[in-house]
Design a protein around this ligand. Sequence first.
Ligand code: WTA
Length: 653
Amino acid sequence: MSEEQATAASGGIDVLLHTERTFPPPPEFAARANASDPGIYERAAADPEAWWGSWAEKLDWIEPFDEILDWSNPPFARWFTGGRLNVSANCLDRHVAAGAGDRVAYFWEGEDGTRKEITYGWLLERTQRAANALRSLGIGKGDVVGIFMPMVPEAAVAMLACTRIGAIHNVVFGGFSAASVVERMEVSGAKALITADATLRRGKPTPMKAAIDAAIGGLDSLEHVIVVDRAGTDPPMTAGRDHRWEELIGAADPVCEPEPMDAEDPLYILYTSGSTAKPKGIQHTTAGYLTGITATHKLVFDLKDDDVYWCAADIGWVTGHSYIVYAPLANGATSVMYEGAPNYPAEDRWWEIAERYGVTILYTAPTAIRACMKWGDEHVDKHDLSKLRLLGSVGEPINPRAWLWYHERVGGGRCPIVDTWWQTETGAIMITPLPGLTTTKPGSATIPFPGIEAKILDDEGNEIAEGGGNLVLTRPWPAMARTLYKEPERFVETYWKRFGPETYQVGDAARVDEDGYFWIVGRTDDVINVSGHRLSTMEVESALVSHPNVAEAAVIGVADEDTGQAIFAFVTPAGGASGDGALEADLRDHVAAKIGKLARPKRMAFADDLPKTRSGKIMRRLLRDIAAGRELGDVSTLRDPEVVKDLKRQLSA
Ligand code: WTA
């Protein structure tokens, strides 16, 4: 992939314009860092299995493993075979048994200002009760349980309760539509769904149970719906199917022995967007996942006993699974969990929280950093953030301007920044600085984590030592996705076919520089990254064409200074509708109802036809040129040049 194509893939955002400034680890940080010996890179590269094995040994095993890695049938890896363990026991029981029952796991803050100190002891008690409650409903090992929840402690309890009994959870981000929830429950055959009456967003309860109630009624496999009362909104309840969480848990036995799980038993599935309209059920397993996330969490975030760690993501995304729930709990961390909007009731809400709890490590996304930047320095400056010692970024390329602002304004110039590149599929952080060792360059996720091997390949599969191309990972790693739920062929096809069964095709374009630093440019597939959320162009297109007034739609990602990329939809109206503001508003609502608000196109253009090749394929490349107001690229295969002229006229008007 050329740099020009790569820029197009990223929507043209300023990731390539980098500052020459570099930031070595501050000496006082390096002196007490968890990873302070540069030799770990070499040792892990020389014997990755021994490296990962040493991390697996820190877990609590019911039965020890026989073999670290079985890679005899790539791409289907098996890690820590023969071993048995339980994730909830690793996250809770072992800390409580060691006397840390009163240690705070989460300082939870509701948007309305409600504050709770959630201890490891409380989590263990609730998890066991919830696990027994699930069992009492006939749910057991291998059953799929949907979770559609706000950012409340019960969301973590629900996930942990599933792991306690070996049920596979399938969390759907709370901002998704009823239709998305139904689709994900249906394709996974979920037997139960745990949800809440509502969540608080900008001071108002936003219904969750009532919003999905009608839609989930038609699901054959769904036998039970369990409803947490968050906002006292009293949603409709269907007798026989729906249960109140508090009643169920209150009646449940408080002791539930952890189910001994095979190292390779599925832990959870999480649906994510790919190149097609149908989401992919990324499947993670038990021991390897826990090993990968605990190792990275300990070293990348330099976690110490007295840290107050805040990952300001949502549990509905992989970042929340790995770095709000499982890694922090397994590592015995004290975290902050916040329910609501970052600017409610005022733009300093985050910084107020960071000050109140003395947050030392903050992990968030570039889109949030850019929003804070826009709201103004004064909101940050008002608060004492002197406890902060480390900052993290994830989800999309961070533009150097946002990086520098984060470093100066939030971190007071003293906190290293870890720009962590990874994916739902990788389970754990893959390319990242180690804050006591790595000199950072704003905009670069720097180098692979010890034991990870990344390369850049050209389209023919040749390695590029310096320059841009397709990012690949060339060694198995413990937290890697094992398959797509019930779609092993699609797993192979999507990730392991293009460059062979031992080379993981990431789907991102990246560049490697003279120091071996990686610079992620954007996706190479039809995925748009809006505020760090993956959306497939096909998914949005099929939502649009399901509207009666749409004949055809093509969707592209365009650069956006707030959200990184934004959705631009080109639509051909049907049924006598005219492409006007009313249709535009209608279509935005329609997409919100089909997928979720985050998928609403930010810009739209209407045309009687779309630019196509003579064989009828929509030329998205030209749409990108039109949207960016660029000179059009090669138009020799274009069927009808008038279409393009018409669109250009419209957009320049
Ligand atoms: C992008 C989120 C640049 C990338 C953990 C990847 C990033 C996709 C970074 C995965 C980063 C994530 N720099 N790009 N630090 N982190 N990405 O599955 O395109 O929601 O493929 O996982 O986000 O998104 P996902």
